[in-house]
Design a protein around this ligand. Structure first.
Ligand SMILES: O=C(O)c1ccccc1NCC(=O)[C@H](O)[C@H](O)COP(=O)(O)O
Length: 209
């Protein structure tokens, strides 16, 4: 079975096109002002319109309120990726739009946060836990011990994220058995600056894995 890929944190037409042309199944738009990848609503709408309908547009949020969610969803999102939300809050949001629940992982204990999202989310995104004082809960190029997922019973369909790039994604897929992967800083030349060649190389590495 082929592995699917999401390119997260896109902000320009050229890099969106590179993701689409390379075969990304999803593209991610960040709605979190502290992030170097944060998008305004007009920017997001223009990118969402540019992407073909078969490419899913995923909005990325950190414990968003209803006002932000409504405005962002109206730009043309197909699903939302939620960081730092409870299963109860995810379940409420899921009445409106499909939900990816981010689970931050450093040790095996952290994987226990996934099970409560059964029935409250559509997919788990296992991402590397960032330090407590970090500005962002994701998109920092950190990875976790992929072997942890070998012993884990997944409560939902899932994707692997955190510190992936074109040089390590095949190994990550082999070790974890991931059927879906997600990348942000591994396809950038600087924080928030996506690189079309790195996007192409990543998607090629996923395609041949
Ligand atoms: O990317 C961001 O700036 C971001 C901000 C706030 C919450 C989440 C964010 N990113 C989440 C992602 O989906 C990233 O793709 C994921 O953490 C992997 O990032 P990276 O390790 O840089 O590939």
């Amino acid at each position: 079975m082929s592995v699917t890929a999401k390119i997260c944190g896109l902000s320009t037409p050229g890099t969106l096109d590179a993701a689409v042309q390379g075969g990304a199944k999803q593209v991610g738009f960040v709605f979190f002002p502290p992030s170097p990848r944060n998008l305004g609503f007009d920017q997001a709408r223009a990118l969402a319109v540019r992407a073909p309908a078969y490419v899913e547009k995923i909005g990325v949020f950190v414990d968003p309120d209803d006002v932000l969610l409504a405005a962002a969803i109206a730009t043309g999102l197909d699903a939302v990726q939620l960081h730092k939300v409870t299963p109860e809050r995810a379940a409420v949001i899921r009445r409106r739009i499909p939900v990816w629940a981010a689970v931050a992982v450093k040790t095996a204990v952290d994987l226990g946060a996934a099970a409560p999202f059964a029935g409250a989310a559509d997919r788990i995104l296992y991402d590397a836990k960032t330090p407590d004082d970090a500005a962002l809960p994701g998109g920092m190029g950190l990875r976790f011990d992929w072997t942890l997922l070998q012993r884990h019973r997944h409560p939902l369909p899932w994707a692997l994220s955190g510190g992936l790039d074109s040089s390590n994604v095949a190994e990550a897929i082999r070790i974890t058995g991931a059927g879906a992967v997600d990348v942000s800083s591994g396809v950038e030349s600087a924080p928030g600056v996506k690189d079309v060649d790195k996007i192409a190389a990543f998607l090629k590495a996923v395609a041949i894995s």
